[in-house]
Ligand binder design. Structure first.
Ligand code: URA
Length: 432
């Protein structure tokens, strides 16, 4: 088999076979196919697309390129949750202990923030002492004992994706649905879950800005997951404004704690409950979605959810007293209010701009290895639909720097204000 013939086949809109896809991924992972040929193939896929079968074969080949996590030593149906990334999205911090509190095992591998979006590992590390680097035997032991553990991705998981992602990044081929879907799903499948709940975001803070693109991506990922024998469903949720009020690591932990106590923002609470209900249902711990939701609400009300959070934190070396005393979390030195420069209704809070502003404060990384400041971030005071008067506080900057002028202007510009009343966008557009 010759790579040049496969490139020509895809260029001409023909369908690649399983053997051809296996060959291409195996040879590329082992450095027998050069980057220039694979770049050409990625561009051919970008323009010609892939059939469902081709996407499944591509994902399976990427899974087979490295290690796969064996979670069979954990009792019960393991359900993973994946978000395509957003601003202020602390749902994993809420959902992991919440579903564990009703008996669903959560063995989760999470990532760090990059660019304008946050990452669960960074947020967990805002809790003093919390350790996200556990040996896999300890990880499994903890899930069996407490039903929940969250660690960073370790080992040689999907090396083909690591190589391909870096190549796509510099060849303008990231934004192709077959390639995004296979990249995300290969990592989920290699991480060993039996079932997968996907939260595909759409709007200004999301990877997929348009609803139709988010839908196509969600469908592609669900087809791949089910095709690979993992029960998979997706919800498409709004990211045209940050989720909740807090953006920044310790600030989001504080908000997640409040949500597990039943005192969280309405949108964050609703999205967390929706995703968690799907997970409990797929794990067969409830006979229907409604029953699952009811169980979760009871766990929040009777304190089981918050007790599980304390246990989860303590088991991974963190200080569980932050749950009752959230002010023990890292705090920034300076708080600056950002004021409205006009009167009217908030029509949009451009989410990626808020994410970038938080990143500029030090909450996120500009490069993979940059240090972050866990204390800093932004707390919104208004959300889309709210009425504001000129001079009202729109948001509060939490900073460790006295100079916040540029960031303040950026946040002010992210708030779009209009005279007419604003129709709310749905939080959840569709389930697939
Ligand atoms: N996230 C991934 O893991 N892969 C992509 O291709 C895009 C986003």
């Amino acid at each position: 088999m010759r790579m040049v013939d496969l490139i020509a086949k895809k260029r001409d809109g023909l369908i690649l076979t399983k053997d051809e896809i296996d060959f291409m991924i195996d040879q590329y992972t082992n450095d027998h196919i050069p980057d220039y040929q694979m770049a050409s193939m990625m561009m051919a896929i970008y323009f010609q697309g892939m059939t469902t079968e081709e996407r499944i074969y591509l994902t399976e080949a990427m899974v087979a390129s490295g290690d796969q996590i064996d979670l069979s030593a954990i009792e019960g149906i393991k359900v993973d949750k994946h978000s395509t990334g957003g601003v202020g999205d602390s749902t994993t911090l809420i959902i992991a202990p919440l579903v564990a509190a009703v008996g669903v095992p959560v063995a989760k591998m999470s990532g760090r923030g990059l660019g304008h979006t946050g990452g669960t590992l960074d947020k967990l590390e805002a809790i003093p002492g919390f350790n996200v680097e556990l040996a896999s035997s300890d990880f499994i032991k903890l899930v069996n004992k407490n039903k929940v553990a969250v660690i960073g991705q370790s080992g040689n998981l999907t090396p083909a994706d690591q190589k391909l992602y870096a190549l796509r990044d510099v060849t303008a081929t990231v934004n192709a649905i077959p390639l995004i879907a296979s990249s995300i799903m290969s990592k989920k499948i290699a991480s060993g879950a039996d079932a997968i709940v996907l939260d595909v975001k759409t709007g200004s803070g999301a990877f997929m800005k348009e609803l139709d693109d988010a839908k196509a991506l969600a469908e592609a990922m669900v087809e791949i997951g089910n095709g690979a024998g993992r029960e998979t469903m997706a919800i498409i949720s709004d990211m045209s404004q940050p989720l909740g009020f807090a953006v920044g690591n310790a600030l989001e932990v504080k908000e997640a704690i409040a949500t597990l106590k039943g005192e969280g923002p309405a949108d964050l609470t609703e999205l967390s409950l929706t995703l968690a209900s799907q997970m409990v249902f797929l794990a067969k711990k409830a006979g229907s979605i409604e029953q699952a939701r009811e169980k979760l609400l009871v766990a929040i009300k009777n304190g089981d959810a918050i007790a599980k959070l304390k246990q989860f934190i303590e088991a991974q070396g963190g200080d569980p007293t932050v749950v009752d005393q959230p002010d023990r979390l890292p705090q920034a030195n300076v708080q600056v209010a950002v004021k409205a420069s006009q009167t009217g209704y908030v029509s949009e809070i451009i989410a990626d701009q808020i994410g970038i502003a938080a990143s500029m404060l030090g909450a996120g990384r500009a490069t993979k290895d940059a240090e972050i400041d866990l204390a800093v971030g932004i707390v919104l005071a208004k959300k889309v639909g709210d009425f504001v008067e000129h001079g009202d506080t729109l948001a509060v900057i939490h900073s460790n720097d006295q100079q916040n002028g540029t960031i303040s202007e950026k946040i002010q510009a992210a708030f779009q204000i209009q005279i007419e009343e604003v129709k709310q966008k749905p939080l959840i557009y569709q389930m697939i």
